[in-house]
Ligand binder design. Sequence first.
Ligand SMILES: Cc1cc2nc3c(=O)[nH]c(=O)nc-3n(C[C@H](O)[C@H](O)[C@H](O)COP(=O)(O)OP(=O)(O)OC[C@H]3O[C@@H](n4cnc5c(N)ncnc54)[C@H](O)[C@@H]3O)c2cc1C
Length: 511
Amino acid sequence: MSRKVAVVGGGPAGLYFARLLKRADPALEVVVHERMDGTAETFGFGVGLTESTMRNLRSADPETAERVREASHVGHELRLHGHDGIVPLHGARNLAIGRARLLEILTDAAMAVGVEIRRGVRVDATSLDADVVVAADGVTSATRDKYAAEFGVRSRLGRSRFVWCGADFAVDSAYFSAARRGDSLFVTHAYPYSPDRSTFLIEVDDLTWRDSGLEDFDRQVQPGESDRASVALLEEVFASDLRGRGLLTNRTRWSRFTNLTLDTWSHENVVLLGDAAHTAHYTLGSGTKLALEDAIALAEALVGEASVADAFAAYEGARRPSVERFKKLAHRSQAWWDSYRHRHEWSADRLALSYMTRSGNLMLSDYAGEQLPAARRALAWLGENVPDQAGELEGWVLAQPLDHPGMELAGRSVSRDGLKVAAAVREIGWSEPDVWSEAADRLVSRMRGSDDLPILLTGPDAPDAVPARVDLAERLRMELSRPIGVQVPVAATSLAATAVAAGRADFVVTR
Ligand SMILES: Cc1cc2nc3c(=O)[nH]c(=O)nc-3n(C[C@H](O)[C@H](O)[C@H](O)COP(=O)(O)OP(=O)(O)OC[C@H]3O[C@@H](n4cnc5c(N)ncnc54)[C@H](O)[C@@H]3O)c2cc1C
C-alpha cells in the first residue's frame, strides 16, 4: 500500500475520502490541499441529501453521519407551486445542510484522525510528491483538463442558466415555483437548510436570458463578484416567495451546467473523485451524494487492494454502474427543466405528475401510491370516473379511448396488428437520448411541413432507447397537433401507462 496520499480539493469528496482513508490506515500520510482559506468562503448555500445517502454514510462512518444529521434540516416535504394551486410531491424524506457547515464537519472529522489540511494553496496535481494523487478538485478540475486525452473527457454545457442564492429565513417546505414577466420565465427551486436559511436556486432559459437583459448584466460582473443587477431583478420577480426580503449572495453569478463523460477516471497515480470525475444535474440533488459515495469506495479500494492500479480499477468498477444510472436519471430531469416553458401553463396537478415521472425511476403507480388525490386530479383530462385505488390507475389509463381527427382508438395501448386496422401512421426510428438536439429540431421542422398522419416512434427495445422515444414523443406532442405514439416492449405496462398519463404520448404500440 502507498505511504503518501495527496488530495487536491477540500470539498465534500476530498475531505471525506481523506478522513476514511486515514481512519482505516493511520500509518498513511494523507494531506488535503484546498485553495480556499476557510470553509465559510465556499460557493453555494444548502445542499440536499436523502435518507438513502445517510444510510450509506452511517455504515461507512457512523460518527460523521451522526454529526451531519444533527446539523441538517430535516422534516420538510417537497411541493410544487403551480399557477392554480400547490400540490404536495412527496413527504419528508429529504435532508438539507449548509455547504459551509458540511465542510466544517468533514474538516473536523478529517483532522480528528490526523489528516493534514493545507488551506489557501492552489496546487497542480502533477507537481505533488505522493504515491497516490486524488483529484477531488470539482467540476472545473484542472487535473481533469490536464489529462483530458488520457481520461477521454467529453463535456457539454446545459441549455439553461442558473444562479445559486440564499435567503435568511427557512421556507416552510422545499418547493418549485415559476414567475413570468412578459416572455421571460424564471423558475426557482427553494428549500430550507437550517432554521434561518434557505437555498433559492433560480433557472432561466435562453429566451429569458436575452429578453430580461441578464446577458448584459453578466458581461459586467468581475471575476469573484456577485451579479448584483441580476440579483436585484430576481428579488423583484420572487418578492412574494422572499416575503419582501433580499437574496443572499456569495460570488453568485449565472452558470450553465457542465455535463461530463469520461472514458476512465484514473491515469498512472492520479484518480478523479466526485464532480471532477462525473456530474449529474442538480435538479436530481445527487452531486454531494455521489461525491461522498465515491469517497467511501475509493478509500475501501485503496485499503483492500494490493496495488494502486488494482485499487483504481476496483473503485471505478464499484462506482461506475451507480454513477451512470444517476447520470441517466439526471439527464432526463435536466431536459425536463430545460423544456419547462412548454409546460408552464399546465395545471399544478398535471405538472406534478409530469415532474414526478420525468426521470423514469417513478411511475404513475408510485406517485399515486403516495399522493392519490393529486394523481387522480391529474388524470381528469383523460376521462371520467378515475378509479380511487392507486393499483387500478394504470389499467384505467390504457383503457381510455383516443378520439382525434385521423385516429380513433378504443384504448391507448394497441398491438401492431391492431394499429394496422385502426389507422395509417408515419413511422420514425429514434433512440437518441437528447431530444432537444439539432437533429431533433430538424425532425420537428420536417414533420411540421409534412402530412398530418399520426406519428409512431419506433426503435430497439433497449433500456435507454425506450425512454428516449417517450421523451421525443413528449416534445412532438408539444410542437405538433397530431397523435404521437411510442412503440414499447409488451411487458412495459407501467411505462406505457405513465407516458400516456403524464401527457408524453397519445398511444403506445406493443410489438
Ligand atoms: C446550483 C447547484 C446546486 C446543487 N445542489 C445540490 C444538492 O441539492 N444536493 C447535492 O448533493 N449536490 C448539489 N450540488 C452539487 C454539489 O455541490 C457537488 O456535486 C459537490 O460539491 C461535489 O463535491 P466535490 O468535493 O466533488 O467538489 P467541490 O464541492 O466542487 O469541491 C472541490 C474543491 O476543490 C477545490 N479546488 C479546486 N481546484 C483546486 C486546486 N487546484 N488546488 C486546491 N484546491 C482546489 C475547490 O476550492 C473546492 O473546495 C449542487 C451544485 C450546484 C452547482
